[in-house]
Design a protein around this ligand. Structure first.
Ligand SMILES: C[S@@+](CC[C@H](N)C(=O)[O-])C[C@H]1O[C@@H](n2cnc3c(N)ncnc32)[C@H](O)[C@@H]1O
Length: 249
């Protein structure tokens, strides 16, 4: 693990402690309060109807995994390098009674067998933490069985540019779409280094890893809004804030 990745991991361990403090709230979400987004369910419908084995890259505190099971997944293996997050997710899965198992490990280099997954699911704040995008895409392709699917639902690569001003959307003067990285200045990844990947780089990495692109969609609605009710003008429908990508091996 390189030094920047190690530093980010320490930030995520601290952030994950907050999720542990919110354990009861997240337990209720896991029991049935949080579902996948309607568009995720539509795009993943054919895959989930086959009862897939899912490997969830950067599963965090695992709140999407019971939802994946409710939508049809046979089992989910969550991978996250935060020991705190993986441990809390495992306890919650046991309490909810879902076939979800968690490994504290780095992505890429996930400790699962080649070809073991029908679906690699990831996103909602994941790709920006990848130091080496080609290695990430190759690892997803390795884990998938032939015919298996990679699904990403994540922040649009333009999101680091948007200011959080309420009156007008503005482009931050300290950011560039083509920058290599920046330091996160909002919760929960505050202080960690994010690596920026353009949409072109993401698609290219996936195809270079041998996957075939089926769907790439961009959305105005962010996948996440702050809990304090703050609304930025950049989220009002004029700018891209999220994307979904479906590819198969
Ligand atoms: C914004 S959270 C998203 C978690 C999950 N996708 C969700 O929606 O709850 C990002 C997660 O990525 C994990 N992470 C970041 N970089 C990682 C890496 N290189 N390997 C494994 N996990 C990583 C962090 O520990 C954190 O739990």
């Amino acid at each position: 693990m390189d030094e920047a990745v190690r530093g980010n991991r320490a930030v995520w361990e601290r952030a994950s402690e907050k999720h542990v403090r919110e354990y009861d709230e997240l337990l209720e979400e896991a029991r049935g309060g949080r579902e996948l987004f309607p568009r995720e369910l539509e795009l993943l419908g054919p895959v989930l109807s086959g009862g897939p084995t899912v490997v969830h890259f950067q599963s965090g505190h695992g709140v999407d995994d019971p939802a994946l099971v409710r939508a049809g997944a046979r089992a989910v293996v969550g991978i996250d390098y935060s020991v705190v997050a993986a441990g809390a997710a495992q306890r919650r899965a046991a309490e909810v009674g879902v076939p979800c198992h968690y490994l504290a490990a780095e992505v890429p280099g996930v400790p699962v067998r080649d070809g073991c997954a029908d679906l690699v699911y990831t996103g909602k704040g994941a790709v920006i933490w990848m130091r080496d995008l080609d290695a990430w895409a190759r690892d997803a392709a390795r884990v998938l069985r032939p015919g298996g699917s990679l699904f990403v639902y994540d922040a649009h690569p333009a999101v680091p540019l948007w200011s959080w001003d309420e009156d007008e959307p503005r482009i931050r003067s300290d950011r560039s779409y083509f920058a290599e990285s920046h330091v996160n200045d909002t919760f929960p990844g505050n202080g960690a280094r994010e690596w920026q990947w353009t949409l072109g780089q993401i698609v290219t990495a996936i195809t270079r890893a041998g996957l075939r692109l089926d769907v790439l969609e961009e959305y105005a609605e962010p996948f996440w809004r702050p809990g304090d009710g703050h609304t930025a003008a950049a989220w009002s429908g004029r700018l891209p804030n999220a994307y979904a990508l479906l590819a198969h091996k």
